[in-house]
Write a protein that binds this ligand. Structure first.
Ligand SMILES: Cc1cc2nc3c(=O)[nH]c(=O)nc-3n(C[C@H](O)[C@H](O)[C@H](O)COP(=O)(O)OP(=O)(O)OC[C@H]3O[C@@H](n4cnc5c(N)ncnc54)[C@H](O)[C@@H]3O)c2cc1C
Ligand code: FES
Length: 286
């Protein structure tokens, strides 16, 4: 599914829209949550996006960078992001406070094909900051729960303090319409109550899978893909139903600058969501 970049700035694709930081707080030592609202209320309410799409966020004098939208389109008006402190733009963002203004343009990219997932099982596998785009699709499935069959989440982090949205996911474990398994590689706090081990150890906890009717969605650190995909292939989930979001360095986000190109693929337009079938022969991508 192609992203529809017709929301804010189709006529002037590089012009950011002013947006106000409504809430911001630390999720982990180096990752912050940002809830923002486009200042123009009409545009805020009509910002139409699909889970898995991203926005370009800018800070005056620092530049701009792409970030996955972590909120769900089923709750319009506010946009949420989880951002790791990495360089110029993110350092500037970390210095900003509630009520400060940022620039925002988008949404960009293709996003997850949620219409194709209707009446199917959805299995979400997340590692670390991979939660950023997958929280959007998880909340979307939960808000439209009757449209999907089984919804399962396997979420891994290195340590309890590094599990992004830890409280939110522990609360979700109480839901009967979601199979939610959480793991940490190591528990340095002695307080962890769920599984210890890498995220792939959680596969053994899953109830029986119906592979031909399952869409598996994966996002996490590069090393995770190899092992998770091996599990999914062993479960005989079709390769075109294994979806992953892949990040490449981007500048324009709209297919003009070529920064994100790999062969004939522009990851800002053709991605960031790819099927395993799309990338199986592209060693560079995973
Ligand atoms: C589709 C998409 C979605 C994303 N979603 C998120 C998200 O939800 N949350 C999040 O935290 N991040 C996300 N990112 C990553 C984020 O865009 C980058 O971390 C971005 O570079 C941060 O900008 P910066 O100016 O703070 O860092 P930069 O100043 O760009 O530096 C980031 C790192 O890249 C290195 N670097 C700088 N220039 C280059 C170069 N030319 N080649 C190679 N390395 C270089 C720097 O040394 C540094 O280690 C996403 C990226 C993409 C493409
Ligand atoms: S980021 Fe410019 S072409 Fe993709």
């Amino acid at each position: 599914m192609k992203g529809e970049n017709k929301n804010l700035t189709q006529a002037t694709p590089f012009l950011p829209e002013p947006a106000r930081i409504v809430r911001t707080y630390y999720l982990t030592e180096d990752i912050k949550f940002f809830q923002v609202r486009i200042v123009d209320m009409k545009k805020a309410l009509s910002f139409n996006y699909c889970p898995g799409q991203f926005a370009m966020i800018s800070v005056l004098g620092a530049g701009e960078a792409p970030f996955s939208i972590s909120s769900t389109p089923s709750r319009p008006g506010l946009l949420e992001f989880c951002i790791r402190k990495a360089g110029t733009v993110t350092n500037a963002l970390f210095r900003m406070k509630e009520n400060n203004l940022i620039g925002l343009r988008g949404p960009y990219g293709n996003g997850f094909p949620v219409e194709r997932m209707i009446n199917k099982d959805v299995l979400i596998i997340v590692g670390g900051l991979g939660v950023a785009p997958l929280r959007s699709v998880l909340l979307y499935c939960l808000d439209n729960r009757d449209q999907f069959r089984r919804v399962s989440l396997l979420h891994g982090a290195k340590k309890p303090t590094e599990m992004i949205f830890r409280e939110e996911f522990f609360a979700l474990k109480q839901r009967e319409d979601l199979e939610c398994h959480l793991s940490v590689d190591e528990d340095d706090t002695g307080t962890w109550t769920d599984k210890i081990g890498v995220v792939t150890t959680l596969f053994s906890l899953l109830k029986e899978i119906d592979p031909s009717n399952t869409y598996a969605l994966v996002c996490g650190p590069p090393i995770m893909y190899k092992f998770v995909i091996k599990e999914l292939v062993n479960l005989t989930i079709p390769k075109d139903q294994i979806l992953m979001t892949l990040e490449r360095r981007m500048k324009c986000g709209v297919g003009k600058c070529g920064h994100c190109a790999i062969d004939y693929i522009y990851t800002c337009l053709d991605g960031p969501v790819f099927t395993y079938w799309d990338v199986i022969h592209m060693r560079e991508l995973i």
